[in-house]
Ligand binder design. Structure first.
Ligand SMILES: [Fe+2]
Length: 276
């Protein structure tokens, strides 16, 4: 497989590979690229929905989204739609997906169906590097500490998007505690595992100390030298390791610059482990 690195921090674009030819034989090669680069991209992929599901299921059991209804006949697929005149898009703000779950998703796979002529890139960030480069004093404080991750409810996912539909679990809130430094279950590497969208509090610290410390960590996690930016084209596929990364969907849809265009992505997520 021929690979171009997207930045010095993470991300690899795999060239000349048709995901339709992914088999048990070459799966390990793709998974190794994923573990090494944390997000891998493939362009110009023509996949049926059945094939998309089949490829995703090679990474593990597929889970349905906590709040959003899947597409008809294929509830495993969440269709993320920014309607033409909407300025917001799903996934704005730094986060790792569903970190409020007891077992947050292992891998997320996105496939672009419709992309505005400009705008709507996604930025990914390497949380192993974030831990390595974190201030030593902060590292000492967060050793063996845990943090509470809480979902923002159903509205967060559907309210601003006319074409996104709730799965009916409107009032449900999910909250779980995870270690702030988690260990990658496949590579054994240490990962900084808090995010500004869902992490609300450090267990065992007074509120003000917890929020000061979290804000310092969040600021550090935003460092651009930990990130890579992907410009979508139609029929591109991104496979991301949701354990060791965060991502941010940029909503730079301004009049005359991408606004007025629909953006549509299909998303599948894979069941993860309980962070340890
Ligand atoms: Fe996301």
């Amino acid at each position: 497989m021929n690979v171009d690195l997207v930045s010095g921090a993470l991300g690899a674009e795999v060239n000349n590979f048709d995901l339709n030819s992914l088999s048990n034989k070459n799966f390990e090669e793709v998974n190794n690229l994923l573990l090494e680069h944390k997000v891998v991209f493939f362009r110009d992929q023509s996949l049926t929905l059945e094939k998309f599901i089949k490829i995703a299921s090679m990474f593990g059991p597929i889970e349905e989204h906590a709040y959003v209804k899947g597409i008809e006949k294929y509830p495993q697929i969440t269709r993320i739609i920014k309607a033409a005149n909407e300025k917001n898009q799903w996934g704005e703000g730094w986060h790792s997906d569903v970190s409020y779950d007891l077992t947050p998703s292992k891998v997320i796979i996105l496939k672009s169906l419709k992309i505005p002529p400009i705008g709507g890139d996604t930025v990914f960030s390497n949380m192993e590097l974030a831990l390595e480069t974190l201030d030593e004093d902060i590292k000492k404080i967060i050793q063996n500490k845990r943090a509470i991750h809480t979902s923002n409810g159903s509205k967060f996912f559907v309210e601003n998007y006319s074409k996104m539909e709730s799965n009916g679990k409107i009032g449900e809130q999910y909250s779980n505690e995870h270690p702030i430094i988690r260990t990658h279950p496949e590579t054994g590497k240490k990962i900084l595992y808090v995010n500004p969208t869902y992490t609300k509090k450090i267990v065992g610290l007074p509120d003000d100390e917890s929020s000061d410390l979290l804000n310092n960590i969040f600021k550090h996690q935003e460092r651009l030298d930990l990130s890579c930016r992907f410009k979508w084209t139609e029929n591109a596929v991104a496979i991301l390791d949701n354990r060791s990364t965060q991502h941010y969907a940029i909503a730079d849809f301004y009049p005359e610059r991408g606004l007025g265009h629909e953006r549509v992505m299909d998303r599948i997520s894979i069941v993860g482990d309980k962070p340890f």
